[in-house]
Design a protein around this ligand. Structure first.
Ligand SMILES: *[C@@H]1O[C@H](CO)[C@@H](O)[C@H](O)[C@H]1NC(C)=O
Ligand SMILES: *[C@@H]1O[C@H](CO)[C@@H](O)[C@H](O)[C@H]1NC(C)=O
Ligand SMILES: *[C@@H]1O[C@H](CO)[C@@H](O)[C@H](O)[C@H]1NC(C)=O
Length: 384
């Protein structure tokens, strides 16, 4: 049987060594820490001084006054993937003062509004080592990492906060989670772009710029599994047919992840101010469609594109109009519920100020969605 290898190695794969993502780089270096109040000289910086001694009197722990929901926050300087956060608790006494602590990671300086990373500390349910690890969602990004005592009163003391995460690797800022479409027929393992879009509509993007496949469980990279693939490229995605394998062998079960942000430039900022309906037509006349956002990944991609464009504006039209029950309708005929999209909106939005969707961008608080008056002229994003 002729062995035909038809997969294409793409740029992202050539540099698959996720030096920082799986090796994990520590992020918080040139960073600024603040806290809700400071007791004597127990400043916020002490949690990022590189010294994790957990004896309060040794002068390396923070402390706020006893107050309602005391908090501590670090500004990493730029938005990046945060994989996990390690908090060193005070060890000489009063460990349980940290009960109820929550870690947040996100792009708003108002860190209490950012998504939670890991679980809330709960001393009733479990005991903790001095170092407590908070594992973030895969692909969680943020510029601000916060710690606060949720719904609790007391002083907050942190002896060290270490933030670990990924830097932009191999041109990819955001990989999707590993996705596994299971076809029970056993004849094919269909992890194509279309199959992933159908099974993981909230995660998958239409125009990925990188692809990685590996076996489920044993995590052997597809390139090393000695199997033959009908597709392994960015046009179709990944497809393994048992019929193509050496005699008697079926395809292994593979999982795939795609690079959905930062690996390419399929979002385009147009520096021309038009109404929302004109923007739809203008994207089409350029052979593109209006930029569509449906998850944090596409939001992050748009943010890097807007940032690179250097346009100092804070509103950009994108695809989407509000319909009945504030449902969001896309140009191609699909729609999303406001409930699903709500986490992408700016706080307090949509507030009824218009029927068209735009990006609301502010340096320091990132990019979010907002509703706007369709007739207003503003810049817009297309995609291809
Ligand atoms: C946007 O670009 C500026 C200037 O290069 C940089 O300081 C800032 O961190 C960038 N923001 C994001 C979210 O990438
Ligand atoms: C893979 O799945 C997609 C989406 O369900 C489908 O359109 C396509 O025909 C499938 N391909 C094969 C070879 O089964
Ligand atoms: C909605 O919020 C925008 C800011 O995004 C503000 O300018 C506008 O006045 C608000 N509209 C209403 C109806 O509250």
């Amino acid at each position: 049987m002729e062995i035909k290898k038809t997969f294409t190695l793409v740029m992202c794969m050539a540099s698959l060594v996720h030096v920082c993502y799986s090796g994990l780089c520590e992020l918080a270096e040139d960073t600024v820490a603040t806290q809700s109040s400071t007791l004597e000289d127990a400043s916020a910086e002490r949690a990022i001084d590189g010294n994790d001694v957990n004896i309060y009197n040794m002068g390396s722990c923070t402390q706020t006054s006893a107050e309602h929901q005391p908090w501590w926050m670090v500004d990493l300087g730029r938005s990046q993937i945060v994989h996990h956060v390690v908090v060193t608790n005070r060890g000489d006494c009063c460990e349980k003062r940290l009960d109820g602590a929550v870690v947040t990671v996100g792009d708003t300086a108002d860190h209490l509004a950012n998504p939670q990373c890991g679980n809330q500390v709960d001393f009733e349910k479990q005991s903790y080592d001095s170092k407590i690890k908070f594992l973030c969602d895969e692909n969680q990004v943020g510029r601000y990492v916060g710690v606060y005592l949720k719904d609790r009163h007391g002083p907050l003391t942190l002896c060290e906060v270490e933030v670990y995460g990924g830097k932009k690797v191999g041109g990819c800022l955001l990989w999707t989670n590993w996705m596994n479409n299971n076809d029970k027929s056993g004849n094919v393992d269909n992890e194509t772009i279309s199959a992933s879009l159908a099974t993981y509509p909230d995660t998958m993007c239409e125009n990925p710029t990188g692809i990685e496949a590996r076996t489920v469980g044993s995590r052997i990279p597809a390139e090393s599994s000695n199997q033959v693939f009908a597709e392994y490229n960015l046009e179709e995605g990944f497809l393994c047919r048992s019929a193509d394998q050496a005699q008697g062998q079926n395809c292994f079960d593979y999982e795939v992840r795609y690079c959905c942000a930062g690996g390419g430039n399929n979002a385009v900022v147009i520096a021309e101010k038009v109404s929302h309906s004109e923007a739809v037509g203008k994207c089409e006349s350029k052979g593109m469609s209006m930029y569509k956002v449906h998850d944090k990944t596409s939001l992050a991609h748009a943010l890097s594109t807007i940032n690179q464009s250097g346009i100092a504006a804070n509103n950009f039209w994108i695809d989407g109009t509000f319909g009945k029950n504030r449902r969001i309708n896309f140009n191609e005929g699909t729609h999303a519920s406001l409930e699903d999209m709500k986490p992408l909106f700016h706080r307090g939005e949509p507030n009824g100020s218009g029927d068209c969707l735009h990006f609301w961008y502010r340096s320091g608080s990132g990019l979010s969605l907002d509703d706007g008056d369709c007739d207003v002229n503003q810049y817009y994003l297309c995609m291809h």
